[in-house]
Ligand binder design. Structure first.
Ligand code: BTN
Length: 275
């Protein structure tokens, strides 16, 4: 498949090791689901599954990830040998933000790891969500059961060269695409995939040696919502509070009546700013 050769070339041009195996599908249900099968069969760390399109792409919190051609749909297999695997999604967010930034597009991270483009002035008085468009999302899924994490399948979806209008009415206003934003013109999926894999190795290695460098890199790229009133949707509930920060394990800290609460999952939205 030509795209696969392009990926290997792009990795070699960066002096990066090729993955032990790459499966590149034209269409698949979900690259994460396919890679989970390979993980159970004992596939080595850094095995990669990519697809041009997904018919059953999955997002966080049980949502769908609409996956027409023009997007990057990539899953990579990790077999962590360190503690603190809870920081993997944050490390992946930093890696994807850096890979995207290489194309000259400024992005921010919204907890835990949405990669968003924030319009200047957004949130000054209106609901900030109106000014924030999602460019990429990450879905990390770990092996169930045992005390030790055997594998983590890390799925990355990036709108590379797709018309956001093709994502449907509900999503198009809230989505952004690299092709439409990159000052340098056309961006290829293989280039972006190579950049993601290279940056991911850097931040994954950092998790083993200095996890605090990952949380500080994440904080440096986060949307500036600290101290603001937010709503967090978690397990069918909507809770409000003031955003305090992210702790060393990657959990979100929110001040509510009765004290600070820690969240390890959920969807955060900024509430209308006062004044
Ligand atoms: C999110 O909700 O923001 C996470 C989206 C993750 C989408 C990617 S695309 C590749 C991989 N395969 C999937 O089915 N989902 C992830």
């Amino acid at each position: 498949m030509p795209q696969q050769a392009d990926l290997l070339r792009a990795l070699a041009a960066r002096g990066a090791k090729p993955p032990p195996a790459v499966e590149w599908h034209e269409t698949i249900g979900s690259t994460n689901d396919r890679l989970k099968e390979l993980a159970r069969q004992g596939a080595p760390e850094w095995t990669v599954v990519i697809a041009d399109r997904q018919s059953g792409g999955r997002g966080r919190e049980g949502r769908r990830w609409v996956s027409p051609s023009g997007g990057l749909y990539l899953s990579v297999l990790l077999r962590p040998r360190f503690r603190g695997t809870g920081l993997i999604p944050l490390a992946a967010g930093v890696a994807v933000a850096e890979a995207v930034a290489e194309q000259g597009v400024a992005v921010a991270l919204k907890w835990p790891n949405d990669v968003v483009v924030v319009e200047p002035d957004a949130g000054a008085s209106d609901a900030a969500e109106a000014g924030e468009r999602k460019l990429a999302g990450i879905l990390a899924e770990a092996s169930p059961g045992s005390q030790r994490t055997d594998w983590v399948v890390l799925g990355v979806g990036i709108n590379v060269d797709l018309e956001v209008g093709t994502l449907g009415k509900e999503l198009s206003g809230r989505a952004a695409s690299l092709g439409e934003l990159a000052p340098g013109g056309r961006v290829t999926i293989a280039e972006v995939a190579a950049a993601v894999l290279v940056r991911l190795r850097v931040w994954y290695d950092a998790l083993g040696s200095s996890p605090e460098s990952v949380t500080s890199a994440w904080r440096a790229r986060a949307v500036r919502w600290w101290g603001e009133r937010i709503e967090i949707r978690v397990a069918g509930e909507r809770l409000r509070g003031r955003l305090v920060g992210v702790d060393e394990s990657g959990a979100l800290l929110v001040d509510r009546e009765g004290g600070t609460r820690r969240f390890v999952a959920g969807e955060v939205a900024l509430l209308r700013r006062e004044g």
